[in-house]
Design a protein around this ligand. Sequence first.
Ligand code: NAD
Length: 352
Amino acid sequence: MKVLVLGGAGFLGFTLVKKLLLRGDDVVLVDLEVSLKENFNISLLKDVSKSAEGTLFIIASSVGELCQSIIEGGATPYPIDDNISIIFNLATRASVNSTLNDPVGMSLNILDGTKSVLDASLVLNASVLHTSTSEMYGDPLEPQHESYTGNVDPMDLRSAYSEAKRMSETLCMAYNHQRGADARVVRIFNSYGPGMSLYDGRVVASFFRAYLSHATNEIGLNGGGAQSRSFCFVEDTIDGFLALMDLPRGGFKGPVNIGNPHGLKTMRELLDAQSEVVKVNASKIESKLGKINQVIVEETPMPNADPATRKPVITTAKLHLGWEPKTPFWEGINKYLDYCILEEEFVRNLQN
Ligand SMILES: NC(=O)c1ccc[n+]([C@@H]2O[C@H](COP(=O)([O-])OP(=O)(O)OC[C@H]3O[C@@H](n4cnc5c(N)ncnc54)[C@H](O)[C@@H]3O)[C@@H](O)[C@H]2O)c1
């Protein structure tokens, strides 16, 4: 099978592309940031592709440009044709900082991107995986079933991300209904693991970064760290995507929660757990990176509209996909630490 992975150089793209190549699919990876020199994930994926059954094509392009060329038709410089059967659309900057720094860019990137991808899917007659988010539930009732329609304040800047994702779900359903598209929707609850750069800004990455990186040894714990999230190991998250897209056309399209209801941790518990993992692996870390940083934890104010908690109900995923997460937190976080050590070595080599 030939598939298109948009945003394939990012966190989730890394494990998705790896799994697709290993199961024998040909993958066209498209991302704005594919510089081999600077992108650690791309360098790892190139290695995977050497021994995998599937072939990896890498294209440096924006989603908008690529989809435009598909929609306009004719000869393109891209290895894209009617054989593409699935488009995985992961191309969104997903961190809260990106949303707060550029809420206009964030909303338009998501909305324009979703529309372009849906239009291109009609030309290629391909199915689409739309990656929505638990953020669409806003500051929610707990736990969240897909039937809960959410509690989002459209006037808050942070909602640039959640509201654009909500509208994108609607756009997917509208294209399915009105134009015969086959768009399927996953709502992802905080994933973590290999592929997420130490410098990404998301919480699990930032906690390890403070211990491992030369960049900073400081951790800001918003509101003292009482808010909680459910953390799902990335291999499990991606197995959920594949289970949905392996279903025959014309069947279940979601929305479906992909997350780990047993992975619930407050930010304080998460920090304590990651600090313990660093302590247990101290000699391995120091043999590769030198001395571990003395970390300074500072209580920082709680940002506006930061939801107190999020926890998925996954009965829909169990019923329709036969999916549930399998990886215990300790196993996942140790694998992530190994990735972070390798990435930090890669970054320091670039700087030397
Ligand atoms: N990681 C999570 O826990 C999580 C949770 C909820 C939803 N999601 C959704 O899953 C998807 C993937 O998330 P991720 O964590 O891998 O994000 P990421 O930021 O790590 O990766 C996204 C990739 O898309 C690329 N990109 C962004 N805009 C682009 C454009 N216009 N053209 C081409 N490339 C572009 C970026 O360069 C990046 O490599 C996103 O849609 C995100 O909203 C992720």
